[in-house]
Design a protein around this ligand. Structure first.
Ligand code: PLP
Length: 409
């Protein structure tokens, strides 16, 4: 496990968690974007309890239940993408991506995939094969599925190690070099992409990059698979980040906040693509009644509170504060994000050399002062706070971050 410091969570309420010694922390990471409406939300707890006392489980692969069906309908309605008509429920993000990979292969009758340097999609073999954020995830676990990794648009630094960081050259590389020299496009089943890389360092690509990827996929009959597991469910201000950047995935995957804190993942696509035969895919616990009831309660609450607007407003406020900090501290190379998915990249010098010792120090100092954050990429401090933060709670967290920078160079 990649634990960064010794937080032992005993319980949580709202935006706070308490450790087993009774210390209180402001949680600016909420279980890596799972408890997006905060901890122990009364409406979610009540919905889960009610469903638990009715029936927790009905093997949804073999029988029917209204709870997952109603939740699926609500998700599709909220996504506002008419082409998305069907979904498969699993228990996690990695299972959602496994489904997306199987579906891509089944639909195209091709075998290979394209994914990105810096990507993280999960820990089971399909998803693991797509990963390229930290070599430790894959060391000694091969062989993997056939995945070709290409650079991801990283506006802060050129992924080719020179001064030209235009994203067009990555698109040209895929179309002009990869397809011509390494693997014809006609043998690629799917291109799997996070619309913002989370684990890879909260890297926000330019919109044109994502639209360019979609164009390449559409031209060559490649499934455009968008992993919205971290960016989705209002984390970036809209239900899907794809809606903001106006891309139309063939397949979308969701998890994390989907189950209102309980394990749930989904792979979503059109009826045309989801055309596999009866029994081709399934899961014992997928579409679990309690997880779906909790997820539905959380989603209804988000919609009732028009949470997307608040996420965008609070995100802007936090970004402004951090950009002001950046102006005062040379060690903060970049501040980036969308909505409440925010990263601060620490660097050694003007040449932008990553400074993991500094980001680690900030994490530890914040933890000691009662603020929970995590690391992403090589030297980025990541923030995924709950959507329900008050202005006072935001200010309290930001003040801890400001103090944690004291004397660092
Ligand atoms: N995809 C993305 C973008 C993620 O951030 C994660 C987890 O962090 C996953 C997939 C894997 O999800 P899970 O851990 O639920 O399998």
């Amino acid at each position: 496990m990649g634990r960064e410091y010794g937080l032992v969570v005993d319980h949580g309420k709202g935006v706070n968690v308490w450790d087993s010694d009774g210390n209180r922390y402001l949680d600016f990471i909420c279980g890596i974007s799972v408890n997006s409406m905060g901890h122990a939300v009364p409406e979610v707890v009540q919905a889960a309890k009610t469903q638990l006392s009715k029936d927790a489980h009905v093997e949804f692969s073999d029988f029917y239940s209204e709870v997952p069906v109603n939740y699926a309908k609500e998700i599709l309605h909220t996504m506002k993408m008419p082409s998305m008509q069907k979904m498969f429920f699993g228990n996690s993000g990695t299972e959602a991506n496994e489904c997306a990979m199987k579906l891509s292969r089944f639909h195209t009758k091709r075998q290979n995939f394209i994914a990105f340097l810096g990507a993280f999609h999960g820990r089971t073999y399909g998803s693991l094969s797509l990963n390229a954020s930290k070599a430790v995830h894959k060391a000694h676990f091969g062989p993997f599925l056939p995945v070709i990794h290409v650079p991801y648009d990283y506006p802060y630094r050129s992924v080719f190690g020179d001064d030209d960081n235009s994203y067009e050259r990555i698109l040209e590389y895929i179309d002009g070099v990869l397809f011509k020299r390494e693997m014809p496009a006609s043998e690629i089943a799917g291109l799997v992409v996070e619309p913002i890389q989370g684990e890879g360092g909260v890297v926000v690509p330019r919109d044109g990059f994502l639209r360019g990827l979609q164009k390449i996929c559409n031209e060559h009959g490649i499934m455009f698979v968008v992993d919205e597991i971290q960016t989705g469910i209002f984390r970036t201000g809209t239900y899907l980040y794809s809606q903001q950047v106006k891309i139309k995935p063939d397949i979308v995957t969701l998890a994390k906040a989907l189950g209102g804190g309980l394990p749930l993942g989904a792979c979503i696509s059109s009826s045309k693509i989801f055309s596999w035969e009866k029994g081709a895919h399934g899961s014992t616990f997928g579409g679990n009644n309690v997880a779906c009831a909790a997820g539905m309660a959380a989603l209804k609450l988000m919609k009732k509170k028009k949470i997307g607007n608040k996420v965008l407003r609070d995100g802007k406020y936090i970004m402004k504060f951090l950009k002001d900090l950046q102006a005062e501290h040379k060690i903060i190379g970049d501040v980036r994000g969308k909505g409440l998915m925010i990263g601060m990249e620490f660097v050694k010098d003007a040449k932008k050399a990553p400074a993991p010792n500094l980001s680690e120090k900030v994490l530890h100092r914040c933890f000691e002062s009662g603020l929970i954050l995590t690391q992403a990429g090589k030297s980025t401090v990541r923030m995924l706070p709950p959507f329900t933060l008050t202005k006072e709670e935001i200010d309290a967290g930001l003040e801890i971050i400001r103090k944690s920078l004291k004397g660092l160079r």
